[in-house]
Write a new protein. Structure first.
Length: 391
């Protein structure tokens, strides 16, 4: 509908600020009406490429606008390409730069790619449609009239843009330590598709310090946090190794790029700024994906039992379609006895059971609010018949 509307505006009018915030949708039954809003900076193109005013939102602006060259109505088609990318991929096509100048350079060069994590289910025709719009030279950029006959607009291709399979789940083990969690983790780790590293407890260790890193929406502060978290995990007491048994060294740029893409996706979803938990969670998620890739696995599981405390942020970040919990329960008397035999941690029954009760309350709250995303496993059942429980 947007491209169809641009067929008429693009004859003479530069709309200037096409972005998600300016797309208005109203629906009544089966009738859907899509409108373009905010024409405050729109201009008439009296003669070809007669416009020179720098306006619009930089991340959606065409290269010719950002470089100060005379431009015309084809700038709107570039913006439509960025819009299509954001709506399908969930993040900005031009990201990963350390500052605004670097991001501008990526836009001017047309330097973007389709990250398989977010685009594996999107059709080639949809990607081709975006590529036709995100062409740096406006003379080579597609015309709105031609786009209406693009192969992506066929019914089969439009349907293939929607994921046909469920997205890959992520697993968090919750409950209490000394409940057989390491035993279960090592058993699940034998699966061909799932990996569960020894947890460095990123959220638990960094959330009390997070304010020290300043405003995480600032590129420099976020990059510093990424480096600190990567270094912390690299020095985990139980090393993170790849499938060849070699210690993993994280590519900071790759971790940073994926985390920033996740932040952009959540910002669009939440329509506002992120809190520090979500910034840190984006880095944690990127590290877990990096570890899974290094071990040739598709799925990962986090055994940091206290992640139940961050359920609200996890739900925002992953959504109910991806988020899964494994709730491991053991008799608190056995948990206390087990803790008393460990070289570290609480030794008194009261301290042990108090901590156990808090973790159970968090897990039960999840079980009551979102029962469909939690698997309940009893330690005693695992002892009796581990094969059936694992299945």
């Amino acid at each position: 509908m947007i491209i169809n509307g641009m067929r008429f505006s693009c004859f003479s009018t530069y709309l200037s600020d096409i972005k998600p915030e300016n797309i208005l949708v109203s629906s009544s039954g089966d009738d859907l009406v899509v409108k373009l809003g905010d024409f405050g900076f729109s201009k008439k193109e009296i003669t070809p490429n007669c416009l020179v005013t720098l306006c619009g939102t930089p991340s959606y602006a065409a290269p010719e606008v950002l470089t100060g060259r005379p431009y015309g109505v084809k700038c709107d088609l570039w913006s439509a390409g960025v819009l299509a990318f954001v709506l399908m991929g969930g993040y900005q096509p031009f990201h990963g730069g350390k500052n605004e100048d670097e991001i501008k350079n990526l836009i001017v060069k047309g330097d973007f790619n389709f990250d398989g994590k977010y685009w594996s289910h999107i059709s080639d025709a949809a990607k081709d449609f975006i590529e036709d719009l995100l062409i740096v030279d406006p003379d080579d950029r597609a015309e709105a009239e031609d786009l209406m006959s693009h192969s992506w607009f066929s019914e089969d291709n439009l349907l293939s843009t929607v994921p046909s399979d469920s997205p890959k789940p992520v697993f968090f083990m919750i409950g209490s330590q000394r409940s057989g969690s390491n035993w279960l983790r090592t058993m699940l780790d034998q699966r061909e598709d799932l990996v569960g590293p020894h947890p460095p407890h990123v959220m638990r260790e960094f959330m009390p310090l997070i304010s020290k890193f300043g405003d995480l929406s600032q590129e420099e502060n976020f990059n510093i946090l990424v480096d600190h978290v990567c270094t912390f995990v690299e020095r985990n007491q139980v090393p993170w190794n790849d499938k060849y048994g070699l210690p993993i060294t994280f590519c900071r740029q790759k971790v940073c790029d994926q985390a920033k893409a996740s932040c952009e996706r959540i910002k669009l979803q939440e329509q506002g700024d992120l809190d520090n938990e979500l910034y840190l969670l984006s880095i944690f998620d990127s590290l877990m994906d990096f570890f899974a890739d290094a071990n040739g696995k598709e799925l990962w599981m986090c055994k940091s039992m206290g992640m139940s405390a961050y359920h609200t942020s996890l739900l925002k970040f992953y959504g109910q379609r991806r988020l899964r919990y494994i709730y491991l329960v053991r008799d608190p008397r056995d948990v206390a006895m087990s803790f008393m035999n460990t070289p570290v941690g609480d030794k008194h029954y009261y301290a042990i059971v108090k901590k156990w009760a808090k973790l159970q309350e968090q897990a039960i709250a999840i079980l009551e609010s979102t029962p469909d995303i939690i698997f309940n496993i009893k330690y005693e059942e695992l002892l009796e018949n581990k094969e059936d429980v694992i299945k």
